[in-house]
Design a protein around this ligand. Structure first.
Ligand code: WT7
Length: 659
């Protein structure tokens, strides 16, 4: 009882913004924030026009701001032209930024490589020239399957420079995922590495690409360019394969950026949905870059002197907006880290912050929770054992940060000086949507606080009516914004159905449940669909289920999430085998086989934490699997719900037995 009251008290604590930040932040004080909100509300088009004119370099200025003629397929700045790479690199030429460090790359083994803005531009241009020499053109699609590296940033920027649309596949994903995405985007080019090195281990990448291409249907792929990272053995197809170091040989370090339409797709990034295959979220060039840059300035208060570190991999949207694009457009120095937070020990992040004098640090709640545990066990890796005084802002992304983790982060990493910036957004939104601003917003642990200026967020019921404060509902965005998803690649119908359901008055449906408190603060309650959030990344239950049933032994499978202290949610699978119900050691062996199978089919992140076998699954009389009940079983809680509508209520007992 007492602990419950205490934890409620903690959640009600309010942390005002630090005085010094209020004074010198890019958005200063609540009045500064309100003024921007008012400007956006009064005349949204004028607001988006001003930001785009003041913050982007245009080769052809736009005369129209928002084209709503084929909504919900909105276009921003439809007649304007620009180039994203020029806006990240060329624009710094002739300014003091050109000789500043753009990237501090720290390898898994600790080796540090620094690249200035001028050098980065040269490397991007040289690689872009290599792509041109190989015949790749504006509008083609490139799959990028690279480890965290300078080359990953170079490859993405080089594509942007030529208007080649990239689709980055996370290095932890399997050959099957590469195959699916390569086919779906119709890639003509794949850029990969021989291997990646993480936590002291070498993990092959090129061989996964080979395997994906051998699955068939990828005939459009003309070349695979491989960056030699580890010096591992690779198989070679002389007609198709090229080394990175060979293709750049003799290429000029000067490559004029290709001006593209503002809405030219910059990238396609796949994300899980509740049904069907992952969705290819298509982003624009100008709108996406504008909001990545504005949020660098507003949310992170970025100044040219900052050392920024977003720990996300370029395989996720966070690594697009806050590694490859936003930070470079903002002209900060940033860290790119190859390794993992726990190698050589769990003090790695803190040691790196200390050594590189990081000022803005952005990571995920799952990392915070696992490092909390590690530092409770070993004082040597505790953040208090390091000098983190360079930090001024610390951020969080990917899932709700629970108040305990928030307060630990605030006390131990931020030393009670740095605001914790809990940013709510999604792959589809391109950049931050609801977030505190460091020099503005009083913080409440567990709340992502208030929408950014121009972002019309609301909580509505199933008819689109706004609900009362304190009541839960669907989180929607009522007006279009520049960095919004443009469509699902190759599936405009699914785009409309998923994000703009008719009942909701044309609002963008985020798929999260949320509520607002009396101060208007947003509290995200979690997904409204069957999507799990494991370590800050979305996983469709459907994808894991398809992988399971693709195995010869499996007849049927249902997957649910169970709350987990470290990863947020853990995957629990209920499986019906083709043969008899396995028992004891046999069950354990089959479970292991299936877990490894899922890791191979999708990637280790999707590996079920637990597999339970049954002779059947709980179903309604119409044959629908009752996941609601499975969620209760997965938590190990007794079933108190009405089960009278079940076809086979007895099955719950069988599934509840812990094996
Ligand atoms: C989903 C989006 C945002 C980039 C990384 C994940 C959850 C994300 C928060 C937050 C509460 C959050 C939501 C959202 N989420 N950030 N600060 N507080 N929930 O991108 O894979 O597209 O997932 O992550 O459920 O819809 P994503």
């Amino acid at each position: 009882m007492t602990t419950e009251i205490e934890s409620i008290l903690v959640e009600n604590r309010v942390f005002p913004p630090p005085e010094d930040l209020v004074k010198q932040a890019n958005v200063s004080g609540m009045e500064g924030y309100q003024a921007l909100c008012d400007e956006a509300r009064r005349d949204p088009d004028a607001f988006w026009a001003r930001l785009a004119n003041e913050n982007l370099v245009w080769t052809k200025p736009f005369t129209q701001v928002l084209d709503e003629s084929s909504k919900p397929f909105y276009k921003f700045y439809p007649d304007g032209q620009m180039n994203v790479s020029a806006n990240c690199l060329d624009k710094h030429l002739g300014t003091p930024t050109e000789n500043r460090t753009a990237l501090i790359f720290e390898a898994d083994d600790g080796k540090v490589t620094k690249v200035t803005y001028k050098e980065l531009l040269a490397r991007v241009s040289q690689f872009a020239n290599a792509l041109k020499a190989q015949g790749f053109k504006t509008g083609e699609r490139a799959v990028i399957y690279l480890p965290m590296s300078i080359e990953a940033v170079v490859a993405m920027q080089a594509c942007a420079r030529l208007g080649i649309i990239h689709s980055v596949v996370f290095g932890g994903f399997s050959a099957k995922s590469i195959h699916e995405r390569t086919v779906d985007v119709g890639a003509t080019l794949i850029i990969t590495a021989d291997a990646q090195i993480r936590g002291g281990k070498t993990i092959a990448l090129k061989s996964a690409v080979d395997e994906a291409l051998a699955m068939g249907g990828c005939d459009a792929v003309r070349k695979v360019i491989t960056y030699k990272r580890a010096g591992s053995d690779v198989q070679w197809d002389a007609k198709r394969d090229l080394w990175w170091h060979d293709v750049i040989q003799g290429q000029s370090t000067d490559c004029p950026p290709v001006a593209v339409d503002a809405d030219h797709p910059l990238f396609i990034l796949y994300t899980s949905g509740s049904t069907g295959k992952p969705k290819g979220v298509q982003h624009s060039s100008a709108g996406f870059l504008l909001w990545s840059l504005m949020t660098m300035k507003w949310t992170f208060d970025a100044k040219p002197t900052d050392v920024f570190w977003c720990t996300a991999d370029v395989g996720w949207v966070t690594g697009h907006s806050y590694v490859t694009y936003g930070p470079l457009a903002a002209g900060v120095t940033q860290i790119v880290f190859e390794g993992v937070p726990t190698y050589p020990d769990a003090g790695r992040f803190w040691k790196m912050i200390q050594e590189h004098k990081v000022t803005i640090f952005y990571t995920a709640p799952t990392a915070i929770r696992s490092l909390t545990k590690a530092s409770e066990a070993d004082a040597k890796v505790h953040p208090k054992s390091f000098d983190l005084s360079s930090l001024r802002i610390i951020g969080s992304v990917g899932e709700p940060i629970n108040p305990e983790a928030w307060v630990w982060y605030y006390n131990n990493v931020g030393n009670q000086r740095c605001p914790v910036i809990d940013t709510w957004w999604q792959t589809e939104t391109g950049a931050h949507m609801i977030t505190p601003l460091p020099g503005v917003t009083p913080l409440k642990p567990g709340s992502c606080t208030l929408p950014l200026p121009g972002i019309d967020a609301a909580i509505v019921d199933e008819t689109g009516e706004e609900v009362e404060r304190g009541k839960g509902g669907f989180l929607v965005i009522r007006r279009p914004w520049p960095s919004m998803i443009r469509t699902i690649w190759g599936d405009p119908e699914r785009f409309k159905k998923t994000y703009f359901p008719e009942e909701l008055k044309g609002y963008y449906l985020a798929g999260d449940g949320a509520q607002r408190d009396k101060d208007g603060y947003f509290w995200i309650m979690g997904r409204i669909d069957d999507v799990l959030n494991v370590s800050g990344h979305r996983l469709g239950t459907m994808e894991v289920e398809s992988a399971l049933v693709a195995h010869d032994m499996v007849a049927e499978a249902a997957v649910v999430g169970r709350p987990d202290d470290t990863t947020g949610e853990a995957v629990v699978a209920f499986v019906v085998l083709n043969g008899p119900l396995p028992q004891g050691d046999d069950a354990a062996a089959v479970a292991k086989q299936l877990r490894d199978w899922v890791a191979k089919e999708i990637g280790p992140i999707a590996k079920p934490r637990e597999i339970r076998f049954g002779e059947n699954l709980p179903k309604t009389r119409s044959g629908k699997i009752m996941r609601r009940l499975l969620r209760v079983v997965a938590k190990g809680e007794p079933i108190t719900q009405d089960v009278s509508t079940l076809e086979n209520p007895g099955i719950l007992d069988q599934l509840s037995q812990v094996r």
